[in-house]
Design a protein around this ligand. Structure first.
Ligand code: GLU
Length: 420
């Protein structure tokens, strides 16, 4: 039986595995096994009916070794401190793989946002911001969107922080609305990065996009953009899913049409999509669909020891953070399935967050094509570096990505030895 999943233990196991394979001494990476700071907050909200509910929130700073801490904030009913610690560690690794000058952090509120009204969510966001205020700031820790948060949430965080400071501080968060200092290209950046990574992989393997069939699990900000952009490259998106279930079409789905359908009305899900000749499938069926490329773009721990043996895709590009358990990863490796790991494949979001922050602190505004060009450069370079390590050291792409990140982090530690 698979042991109970703990995201942080999972993250540590991968980190240690890579450090050992790369031949580092424990002293060289021991600090990375511990988050630098963890803050747990209680977030009281006056509900619409006048009652008070208190939600638990977190902000974890895993590392500030290579620069200010950076990472999103999620609203999810299952979030807990262990998950946030793992997500923060992955941010450190992600920023190091992409070679952008940030450490890693993450935040969450344990809440099901679908159960709250817009006003309640706004009050929750503002009070959470006030509670984590001592930790965040443009020079020390910069939040961004993650699961169930978006540009509007970031705008409120920026406004709350600015009101409490007494002046406008655009650089305190990224992923803001463009009208208040957000960057063009940020909203689809993670999906675009996933597309770029998948295209690089196909190029390496001599696969033609037109002959490639893909399934995408998760139809939020990342999954929907990745599916759309891949479809525009000619890839056949045969299956899509969200929390309500999935849709399948062997000839490929019209992703733009599905996106438009979902966006047209709040509360619409893929289960409601009955327009074309699509077959409705379960989430398990999606993961096990007969495709070449599987893109998990939902939550952690989706590919597990239970289903890893049944996955038919030959290639997995991880758009979500931590979608594959350690046990599942071993099964996939043994089955010869190539996995492009999360810390590489989904780095596009934080890369464009970095561009947004750079624009904010310089009071500049870049054109969208400039943003996309720089994003592509960084993603392709990171992919090439990981691919080279993978081939030279004969390790999985996940190990190679961690080795690339560890090299940068351990070198930085060498120049910033333990204080005092
Ligand atoms: N939440 C995104 C991630 O997991 C983006 C983080 C950021 O832009 O800081 O990578």
């Amino acid at each position: 039986m698979e042991k109970k999943y703990n995201a942080y233990e999972n993250a540590l196991e991968v980190l240690r595995g890579a450090a050992e394979q790369a031949g580092y001494k424990h002293d060289e990476y021991v600090t990375l096994e511990y988050p630098e700071r963890e803050l747990k907050v209680s977030v009281p909200v006056v509900m619409d009916d006048g009652s008070v509910q208190v939600f638990e929130g977190y902000r974890v700073q895993h590392s500030s070794l290579r620069g200010p801490c950076k990472g999103g904030i999620r609203f999810h009913k299952d979030s807990d401190i262990e998950e946030v610690k793992a997500l923060a560690l992955w941010m450190t690794m992600k920023c190091a793989v992409a070679n952008i000058p940030y450490g890693g952090a993450k935040g969450a509120v344990k809440v099901d946002p679908a159960k709250l009204s817009r006003g309640e969510l706004q009050r929750l966001t503002r009070r959470y911001t006030a509670m984590v205020l001592p930790l965040i700031g443009p020079e020390k820790d910069i939040p961004a969107p993650d699961v169930n948060t978006n540009a509007e949430t970031m705008g409120l965080i920026m406004d709350t922080y600015s009101m409490l400071k007494g002046y406008t501080v655009p650089g305190v968060v990224t992923g803001k609305p463009v009208e208040i200092g957000g960057s063009l290209g940020r909203s689809e950046a993670t999906g675009r990065g996933v597309m770029i990574t998948a295209m690089q992989l196909m190029k390496k393997l001599g696969m033609q996009p037109e002959n490639t069939r893909a399934a995408v699990q998760g139809f939020g900000n990342v999954g929907s953009a990745a599916a759309d952009l891949l479809a525009k490259q000619g890839v056949k998106i045969c299956a899509l899913s969200d929390v309500s279930g999935g849709i399948y079409c062997a000839d490929g789905l019209d992703v733009s049409k599905v996106r438009a359908f979902i966006a047209a009305e709040k509360g619409r899900f893929l289960k409601d999509y009955t327009i074309d000749d699509v077959r409705h499938i379960t989430n398990e069926e999606l993961l096990e669909a007969d495709v070449d490329l599987l893109i998990p773009a939902a939550l952690e721990n989706q590919i597990t020891a239970e289903n890893a043996g049944k996955i038919r895709a030959k290639y997995i590009v991880e758009a979500a953070n931590g979608p594959t358990s350690v046990e599942a990863d071993a099964i996939l490796t043994q089955r010869g399935i190539t996995v492009v790991p999360d810390i590489l494949a989904n780095a596009g979001g934080v890369v464009v967050s970095y561009f947004e922050w750079v624009q904010n602190i310089q009071s500049l505004m870049w054109e969208e094509k400039e943003v996309n060009r720089h994003l592509k450069e960084i993603m392709v370079r990171a992919f090439e570096e990981v691919w080279t390590i993978c081939k030279e050291k004969q390790v999985t792409m996940r190990m190679a990505a961690y080795m690339s990140a560890l090299k940068r982090l351990i070198t930085a530690k060498h120049f910033r030895p333990i204080f005092p």
